[in-house]
Design a protein around this ligand. Sequence first.
Ligand code: UT7
Length: 331
Amino acid sequence: MYKSKILGTGSYLPERVVTNADLEKLMETSDEWIQQRTGIRERRFVDEGVGASDLGVKASLRALEQARLSPRDIDFIVFATLSPDYNFPGCGCLLQEKLGMQTVGALDVRNQCCGFVYGLSVADQYVKTGMYRHILVVGAEVHSTGIELNTHGRDVAVIFGDGGGAVVVGWSGNGDGQILSTHLHSEGKYAKKLWLEAPASIYHPRLTEQMLREGKHYPSMDGRYVFRHAVDRFQEVINEALLANNLRIEDVTLLILHQANLRISEAVSQSLGIPAEKVFSNIQKYGNTTAASIPIALDEALKEGKLKPGDIVVLAAFGSGFTWASAVIRW
Ligand code: UT7
């Protein structure tokens, strides 16, 4: 068995900043409400014609540069997104072409906010067994073209933002850092608590004018329900990960939670008893970028010098599905 580690990280955020004040012009909301309930001050939106694959490409190039590798060194792609450029083919294939890579395999992961951690887990297994040496794991989302930017959709619309993050996973030498574990969960009985109903193959046709009038092509969420489950499941999956590695919460240098809502992160860190300065947050600047939020946060944390060799970093996510997941990495 080989050991696997993260060889490089990269992120890309679109340049267009959309503040809470900008949203006040589109819907009945307020900067105060958004900040109080979510911690978000602003988010980024793409310009027209930019897809999740484009954000993934830019983030990947940065991750490759940091790993001192070229696209031709990559043996496999894992692309996590809930907002693919097209229904099919998936973003992995589009990224392969845009990066001029060899005809390597490209797997698209559909696990919403947990997509990146699920993708990291897949990459970890392939690298450990020796099947692939360098895997690009990407999380990228374009939410801005799919949310209802008016008062009716405000509970969802104020939360989400666009962005991309990527890591290169590869062999780890002796004494180097290592992905120590990943834990993945799902509970489909809550599928409709946070979902996007249409277009859907169970309907014929998949999308009708009536569905459009009813807004079924926009995400719908039972926010309070999701919030409560998120706080419980985050704690559970982090404790499960610590136990599996014989670690205590005091051993964790940095906790990177999926950036769902600052209040969720605060509740989780308080319950776990981990000091706020060990819990990374950038939701204030970018909103919730679902599958992209963890790789973006990891990249920023590294650039801010928050991780050094030997440190323990815990990644954890919760989201639509419901799905929840964690990864423990010795840096
Ligand atoms: O990525 C993982 C998945 N997503 C999440 O983790 C999100 C989890 N949930 C949440 O973050 C919170 O539930 C929200 C931020 C979405 C909503 O906060 P809340 O405190 O649960 O608010 P609420 O939905 O219970 O709504 C409270 C009030 C309602 O008004 P009434 O009925 O009390 O008069 C809403 O209509 O706030 C109103 N409201 C808003 N007001 C201003 C809902 N959205 C907005 C808004 N601006 N954007």
